[in-house]
Design a protein around this ligand. Structure first.
Ligand SMILES: C[S@@+](CC[C@H](N)C(=O)[O-])C[C@H]1O[C@@H](n2cnc3c(N)ncnc32)[C@H](O)[C@@H]1O
Length: 280
């Protein structure tokens, strides 16, 4: 009997990748099926080479039987690169254009979705503190990756980053001396724990978990660049349901609300800094 030769090598690899993602979803409940393919493929390949394997199918076999291998892949798949006061002009716009809106509320709820190791959360906490909103604001800082959420809670960052972060802070319109916010322990800078007295750190998956509160500001920067269009739409549905009317959505510089199903539900607060206000 002649065996029908199936897909080309490239199509076969694509099939293996789809099966791997389906397997991960079915077995571990993590849904990467609609993440942007190019970056996902690169990361899967990096993991399989580090595991000393040759095919995605071999990686699937190992992953399904070895939860620690899955943990390693999870770290590879969640790109956690972040900095304090990343894109200073964004924080400047937040101070000048969004803080006045937040002041109109007696109590402010902020969702920092995809907070990674907490640099963004501490930046937001410092900004709110300096704008006199620290006491009446609560930040919910969430990420899919439990490891980074635990790290975020510690508020401990590498000392060698402080020069860059200080520059960012100054350029973002910081009002104090940045070094007042942390103490140095060896090669680490530990930020004042009172900054995050009003922060709730939790694991939350934007793909599979539902809304959990109504927010006046949602900051979700440099997360959706890793999602394909239909997944971005789903997350925008979630954010739309989670924002109060006139609440503000902040995205990363390379992200946009344009071409999503919610374009008309928002008005621009600052187009360059990707700040929008929900109007319907
Ligand atoms: C590149 S970091 C961005 C960190 C920070 N927002 C910033 O702009 O500096 C992307 C973060 O999104 C998180 N992430 C990826 N997929 C997610 C999901 N489905 N739900 C929640 N967080 C997710 C990753 O774990 C990672 O910490």
């Amino acid at each position: 009997m002649a065996i029908r030769v199936g897909p080309t090598r490239h199509a076969l690899e694509d099939l293996e990748l789809r099966l791997l993602l389906e397997g991960i979803y079915q077995h571990y409940g993590y849904d990467f099926r609609e993440y942007a393919r190019a970056s996902l493929r690169r990361r899967v390949w990096r993991r399989l080479l580090e595991e000393g394997l040759e095919t995605i199918s071999a990686l699937q076999d190992r992953l399904l039987h070895d939860p620690q291998c899955f943990e390693r892949l999870l770290v590879d798949l969640s790109v956690t690169v972040t900095t304090m006061f990343r894109d200073p002009s964004f924080y400047q716009a937040l101070r000048e254009k969004v803080v006045p809106l937040l002041r109109t509320y007696p109590f402010v709820r902020v969702w920092n979705a995809g907070c990674s190791t907490g640099e963004e959360t501490f930046s937001l906490a410092i900004l709110l503190h300096e704008e006199g909103l620290g006491e009446r604001a609560r930040i919910y800082a969430t990420d899919i990756n439990d490891v980074v959420v635990r790290q975020a809670k510690l508020g401990t960052f590498s000392l060698e980053k402080m020069r860059e972060y200080t520059q960012n802070y100054i350029r973002s319109g910081g009002k104090a001396s940045f070094s007042d916010y942390y103490k140095v322990y060896g090669d680490k800078a530990r930020f004042d724990p009172s900054l995050v007295d009003n922060v709730v750190f939790a694991q939350h998956n934007l793909v599979s978990d539902s809304e959990f509160n109504q927010f006046h500001l949602i900051v979700c920067r440099n997360v959706m660049i890793y999602f394909d269009r239909s997944l971005q739409d789903k997350v925008h549905d979630l954010f739309h349901r989670s924002l109060v009317r006139f609440g503000v959505l902040a995205l990363g510089h390379k992200e946009s609300l344009r071409f999503t199903s919610h374009t008309d539900d928002y008005e621009e607060v600052d187009g360059r800094e990707k700040l929008w206000r929900r109007i319907s």
